[in-house]
Design a protein around this ligand. Structure first.
Ligand SMILES: [Zn+2]
Length: 272
């Protein structure tokens, strides 16, 4: 039996409802949950190191104002609240560059609380999982996030960023080469990179997803809605790959697609 968790990052106040509906209708209709890592209060000027505005800003609706709370997009939040197949996950607070790579605990706590409040104001159920912008977390960030969330989903785990009290479990996990592990009450889940990305050749993408899922007990598949709508234009070829993945996941009786909430509830075995 294989378990799959689909994680889509960067939904925010600028995300058109129609984009998510286009991407995920085939998942929702088949009862496959979609975990949306939502930016609570996006900064509308975030740039990547090469000076470009972030893709989630240029693919979405244009907004004025430095910060845009997701609650401001009524059409989007009513849609998300009306679809039980979407599981909302907290994705930072403003999505500043390496927002949770900093070490000041008071600042980290303030961003976590502010983000949580913003999601609550949008009417979402309290998220059980956290995804850091750019999958980057400092040791202090791991501690502050673990105090508030049951599940942390990130790219990989580096010794130098681990809280000291987690080191015994971290060592054991390394020894057993486990992609996912537990420390205290927190479940820590890694992922095999963004396999569903326009940076990869479309003809090979489905095969790489299939290989990843079949070679692990539990796979977190990460993608970004805006990559399918770069500059606001739908990329039909890429969307077709995502929909091929949906059909394949639903067709396999030995694959179960679950949400991070299922993990938090103890309904998912991480090792088999
Ligand atoms: Zn992000």
């Amino acid at each position: 039996m294989h378990t799959v968790i689909l994680r889509d990052d960067d939904t925010c106040a600028l995300t058109p409802r129609a984009s998510l509906e286009r991407l995920y209708r085939p998942f929702l209709d088949r009862g496959l949950p979609v975990n949306l890592a939502v930016i609570p209060e996006v900064r509308t000027t975030v740039r990547t190191p090469d000076g470009q505005l972030e893709g989630f800003l240029t693919a979405g609706t244009k907004l004025t104002g430095a910060l845009a709370p997701v609650a401001g997009n009524r059409e989007l939040i009513e849609y998300l609240r009306g679809e039980p197949g979407y599981e909302i996950v907290q994705h930072g607070c403003h999505h500043d560059y390496f927002e949770f790579g900093i070490s000041e605990r008071a600042e980290l706590a303030q961003r976590l609380e502010r983000g949580a409040r913003s999601l609550q104001e949008a009417g979402f159920t309290r998220p059980v999982a956290f995804v850091a912008p750019y999958d980057r977390m400092s040791r202090a960030a791991f501690l502050e996030v673990a105090a508030r969330f049951e599940v942390i989903s990130t790219g990989w785990f580096e010794l130098g960023r681990m809280p000291l009290r987690w080191l015994p479990q971290y060592g054991l996990r390394k020894l057993r080469a486990r992609p996912h592990w537990r420390a205290g009450r927190t479940t820590l889940m890694s992922h095999p990179g963004c396999l569903l990305s326009f940076h990869h050749p479309y003809a090979e993408m489905f095969a790489s997803v299939r290989q990843a899922v079949e070679s692990r007990a539990v796979t977190v598949l990460v993608t970004h809605w805006w990559e399918y709508f770069r500059g606001g234009v739908p990329d039909e070829g890429f969307i077709a790959v995502l929909h091929e993945v949906a059909a394949w996941l639903a067709s396999r009786r030995d694959i179960r697609v679950v949400s991070f909430r299922d993990v938090a509830n103890g309904a998912v075995s991480l090792d088999s």
